[in-house]
Each structure stands twice: as C-alpha cells, then as structure tokens.
Design a protein around this ligand. Structure first.
Ligand code: NIG
Ligand code: FE
Length: 407
C-alpha cells in the first residue's frame, strides 16, 4: 500500500530511543510525504519528489491530512463489569474516594460485580471498549487484572485479556494486579491475602503465561511498602516484570520502592516531591502520568512540567477504569495534558506514542514511523496544524486509523 501526498508525516524516527527532558519537545516530520506499507509493516517513507517508480500497489491519497503513529496506552483496566456512576454522584455530593473504598465501594464494588459476571459478558464489554478506543487512535494497549481478587476471578479476568489478545489487531499486553485492594474477608488478615496473591495466584498466572507484568496499588491504606515488596519479590521469583501504582493519594515512598526494585514504570504520580524526581532521574524506571485520574477525582494534576524540565522522560496513559478514569480517549488526554500540565503538543504526543511504547515493551514494533515497525497510523481530518488537535479538545480530529496495515 502506498499513501501519497501526506501533508505532514509526524513521528518519523530512524532510531528508537526513549525521549527525555528537552528531547520530548521534538516530533520529527516530513512535509508532502509518501509512506509505503507491505503487509503490516512500514517499509519506506520520504518526500513525494523522491518517490521512485510505482509498482501498481494500492494507493491512498492523504492530501490535506497529517499522519502520526497510533497511540500506545500503557496503563488501563479495560476489563470490568458495568459502570460506577452512583459513586461519581456521591463524590459530587462530597464523599471522598477513600471513604467510598472503605465502605466496600470503589475497587471492591467492581470486584463483586466482576466475580458474578460471566467470562463471555466481560469479553463482550471489553471488546466494545477496545473498538471505541481504536477509533480514537489507540494501536497498543496494556490491560490489568485486579477486579477479581479471588483466584478464580483473577484468572477469569486474565483469560478475558488473553482472548482479546487472540482476536484483536490492537497489540495487547497483560498485567497481573491481584494486589489491587484487600477483599473484605482479608481486612484484618493482610498476610493471608498477600499469600494468596504471591503463592496461589501468581504461580498460576506465570504457569499459564497469562501476564507479562505484575502491578500493585502501592499506597498507605492499600498495599504499604513492606506489603508491596512481598509482591515484587514474588514477581521476580516468577520472572515477571514489575509496574507500580504509586504516589496517587500520598507521597508514600512508592516511587523509591519501584526504582529500588528496577520497576519498568511507576504510574499515577499525583504526589511528587523533589526527592522522587531526583530518584527517577538516576534510574531507568519510566514515570507514567495518568491525568484522567487526577481530573476525575479532582486531585492536583501531575507535575509534568517540573519533571520534564528536570530532564525526565515521561509517558502518558489513560488508566481507563470504572472508578477513577472512565475514558480511554487519548486525544482528550493529550489536550488535558497540554492545558492543565503545560506539556507542549509535541511532548504530549511523544509521551503517548514512543515513550508509552517503552512503558509497555512494544517500542521495537510501535510508537514511531520507522522502517520495519508496524503500520499503526492515525490519519487526521484536514486540520490547520498539529497543535489544533489538543486546541480543539472537544472535536474529533481523527479521520481514520490503520492498525497493522489495515483500516
Ligand atoms: O489506577 N488506583 C488504583 N486503581 C485504579 C482505580 C480503581 C478503581 O477505582 O476502580 C486507578 O486509578
Ligand atoms: Fe490504574
């Protein structure tokens, strides 16, 4: 397939590198470009004037359109049952997120529903969400378990993710998040639940190859530092990579714990001090910001500007889940990151493409326009500039999406 007359092709990179600090502000591009695809792979690109002889392949005219790499959403909880808008209304009336959780709402509310839902119903609901985010440009997505909280329900959830993986063209990575919340019956027996997660669930997850990553809600009141360390140690034992929900509600040492243990990423980061930024600067752990969770729970936004100015590279992800971020809309997330966190459009797009790809281990195949990578592309409508995309935050500026060479 040959795509011709592209007004500007963005995110063109010969080399795949994780972008840090000032590098994040540059999104290399080719004006008046062509792009050639064979099967599901990008094989060539350049300026229209350098387009050599054509070989009768299918042609697409992208006149007036920008093309950019499809999004890599490195943190979601896409598999869940139903929705939780009653809690949304409770929060409007003044009940806090933590209070809701203490009363068996929140994660436990979703867990109860998921335990009762059939695998087919969960699959169908998740499939619909996947189709919706695909239309908004998502070409790769990480999905966590964590609404099961029993051996059976966690495995059921991970099998749903496995089925999505088998049937979807969008690239999917699975994460085991058994340590998401303590079920009511373990309220006074944390060690009992930790043993269940580490000694019963995790061996099965590893044995069936159901996840590549292990995550935990590392937070005072959920999984404390010592409790999280137990989960990390078990993950290491089973050869699973580590991600953490850290520093969402408090500055409680999650970032340091993640870095110390070589976590792939630490995610959320609403509560960050100087020390946390410094610790991340000297590490390979990727700080992943989830602005939807801050927005939806009315928390201060993550200090993206301060982090990037300190030389850090960040990824952005939606956190799509029923409790704190019921949306997988990356264009909206990018707009929010520009408006509320003062990221430039280039920084936000890089954070949701190439840096997001690194945060979910798909950087060799996705996240940029690079020869040999998958043809995962977003075609914009005829908009005046790339900055128009986050500027016109309520409009859908996406015309069509190509995933692995197919519309
Ligand atoms: O990433 N913070 C922990 N877990 C999810 C929210 C879970 C829920 O409220 O259902 C998050 O925000
Ligand atoms: Fe999350």
């Amino acid at each position: 397939m040959l795509i011709k007359n592209i007004k500007e092709l963005f995110g063109v990179r010969e080399e795949t590198v994780f972008l840090k600090g000032k590098e994040m502000d540059s999104l290399p591009s080719i004006k008046n470009a062509f792009l050639r695809i064979e099967g599901d792979t990008i094989v060539d690109y350049g300026q229209m004037e350098d387009l050599g002889p054509q070989n009768g392949e299918e042609e697409i005219n992208a006149e007036g359109q920008f093309i950019l790499p499809a999004w890599c959403d490195s943190h979601t909880h896409l598999v869940f049952d139903g929705s939780r808008e009653e809690e949304f209304v409770d929060k409007i009336k003044g009940v806090s997120y933590e209070e809701i959780a203490r009363k068996g709402g929140g994660i436990l509310n979703s867990a109860k529903r998921l335990q009762e839902a059939s695998e087919d119903s969960l699959y169908e609901q998740a499939w619909k969400r996947l189709q919706e985010v695909k239309k908004l440009g998502t070409g790769a997505i990480e999905i966590k378990s964590g609404y099961g909280l029993t051996v059976d329900a966690e495995l059921k959830m991970l099998r749903v993710i496995k089925r999505l993986k088998e049937n979807a063209d969008v690239e999917i990575k699975a994460t085991f998040l058994g340590a998401h919340a303590y079920p009511m019956e373990y309220k006074d027996n944390h060690q009992g639940y930790l043993d269940l997660v580490c000694k019963e669930m995790m061996p099965k997850v590893a044995q069936e190859g159901l996840a590549e990553y292990v995550d935990m809600f590392c937070e005072a009141g959920f999984f404390g530092l010592e409790e999280s360390q137990q989960v990390i140690d078990a993950a290491k034992k089973y050869g699973l990579k580590v991600k953490l929900h850290a520093n969402q509600l408090q500055n409680s040492g999650g970032v340091q714990l993640g870095v110390k243990n070589g976590a792939v990423s630490v995610d959320h980061l609403e509560c960050m001090g100087e020390e946390e930024i410094e610790v991340l600067r000297n590490s390979d752990t990727i700080p992943t910001l989830l602005p939807f969770a801050a927005f939806f729970l009315r928390f201060p936004f993550q200090p993206a500007r301060k982090m990037i100015d300190a030389g850090l590279g960040v990824a952005l992800a939606t956190d799509y889940n029923p409790g704190s971020a019921p949306s997988g809309n990356i264009p909206l997330m990018i707009a929010m990151s520009c408006i509320q966190m003062k990221m430039t459009p280039e920084e936000a797009i890089n954070a949701a493409t190439i840096n997001g790809a690194f945060a979910m281990g798909v950087e060799k195949e996705m996240g940029s326009i690079t020869k040999g990578k998958k043809a995962n592309l977003i075609f914009t409508k005829p908009i005046p500039s790339l900055a128009y995309l986050p500027y016109a935050f309520g409009s859908n500026s996406i015309d069509k999406v190509l995933i692995k060479g197919r519309f």
